[in-house]
Design a binder for this molecule. Structure first.
Ligand SMILES: NC(=O)c1ccc[n+]([C@@H]2O[C@H](COP(=O)([O-])OP(=O)(O)OC[C@H]3O[C@@H](n4cnc5c(N)ncnc54)[C@H](OP(=O)(O)O)[C@@H]3O)[C@@H](O)[C@H]2O)c1
Length: 335
């Protein structure tokens, strides 16, 4: 009889007070149903987008997580039991599971994938080869469609998705402006990622600095929305593209916030704005992976990990990620 520990969503969190809204629970694992797979979580991925699932909003890209459910998140680890021959016991897999020691899923419903065991650091399946990397690649290469020599701005640039978007854009020959909170993150952007301009949105005048970009900003990879988007729009080049990846500035709100104040600039500058959601692209992994793997092996795509140990510390890690205390990818080592 195996006991599983997991985090349960009891109520909708207020701001970052996750301890009041989630609790650690125990269960006895039941036998698998036909088609199910059980995974022992070695690592959990902390993702900003999951914050919206904790709200009662029904107009998001995912329905709200019902109260009383296990909290959902990306999991990486070996299969321990299987009733699906495509996922044999021992295979290392990644997919949407639960904040738990053991996660039980139907593979097709959780995007479960066997990952490449030849990757030296398995954390890279949450890093340069993970969902954030796929998001960065699709957003920069296809949605923002950045060309060599163009200027692209990236918000939440020192986070998981943003730091990869900066690197993908550099690898594609663009000039990169990273926007992040605080001097340490700006130093990381210039010294480690090699961006051409770093803007500290907590201290600098974002609009005034963007106004110095020669010819304007050709593309914007937006992770944040809110006031930063309002600072970028009037500084876009004509025919610029905005890839709407995320709106983390508003994820802890139970209702949608008002749209951009400078929406007029979409017409004045003939901009194209397009939202994209990586689960729509999961079938194209075989196309993205060789590019990402080559960049990883060549040292052109790297992830800084912010690792917290222990399932009992998940809420600390989640807060580190959302409140901007962490640089790079926030993960929890479970086993
Ligand atoms: N469309 C998709 O399919 C997809 C897939 C993955 C991720 N995303 C999006 O990508 C974004 C980043 O997600 P992630 O998981 O990689 O998290 P992350 O960037 O590693 O962490 C979140 C970051 O957001 C910044 N932030 C938080 N509140 C902010 C605010 N009010 N204003 C400005 N910045 C704020 C913080 O950085 P600072 O210290 O700089 O404030 C924090 O480090 C999210 O919007 C997420 O929804 C979208």
């Amino acid at each position: 009889m195996t006991i599983n520990r997991f985090w349960q969503l009891d109520s909708h969190p207020q701001g970052n007070d996750f301890a009041a809204a989630l609790s650690m629970q125990h269960e006895t694992l039941s036998p698998l149903a036909e088609g199910e797979v059980r995974v022992a979580a070695h690592y959990l991925s902390m993702d900003a987008g999951t914050r919206m699932w904790m709200t009662p909003r029904t107009d998001g890209y995912q329905p709200p997580l019902p109260l009383g459910s296990k909290m959902v998140g990306l999991v990486l680890g070996p299969v321990t039991e299987s009733r699906d021959p495509a996922f044999p016991v021992g295979a290392m897999v990644r997919g949407f599971g639960q904040w738990a020691e053991f996660t039980t899923v139907v593979p097709a419903l959780s995007g479960l994938e066997v990952v490449d065991p030849t990757v030296a650091d398995p954390r890279e399946h949450f890093g340069a080869l993970g969902m954030n990397a796929w998001t960065a690649y699709v957003g920069v290469h296809e949605v923002a469609a950045v060309k060599p020599g163009e200027w692209i701005a990236v918000s939440a640039a020192a986070g998981a998705t943003g730091s990869l978007a900066c690197q993908v854009a550099k690898n594609l020959g663009a000039h990169v402006i990273g926007i992040a909170g605080g001097p340490d993150k700006c130093r990381f952007l210039t010294e480690d990622l090699g961006v051409d301009m770093a803007i500290d949105y907590k201290a600098d005048n974002v609009a005034a600095l963007l106004a110095t970009v020669p010819g304007g900003v050709n593309a914007y990879f937006d992770n944040v929305g809110g006031p930063i988007l309002d600072a970028v729009l009037p500084n876009m080049a004509h025919y610029g593209r905005v890839a709407v990846c995320g709106m983390v500035a508003a994820y802890d709100s139970d209702v949608a916030l008002p749209g951009p104040a400078r929406f007029d600039q979409v017409l004045m500058r003939r901009l194209r704005i397009e939202g994209f959601f990586i689960p729509d692209f999961l079938h194209r992994g075989a196309e993205f992976m060789p590019v990402l793997r080559q960049w990883l092996d060549e040292g052109k795509l790297a992830m800084r990990f912010d690792e917290t140990e222990g399932l009992e510390n998940v809420l600390v890690a989640y807060d580190r990620m959302l409140s901007g205390k962490a640089t790079g990818k926030v993960i929890v080592k479970v086993a």
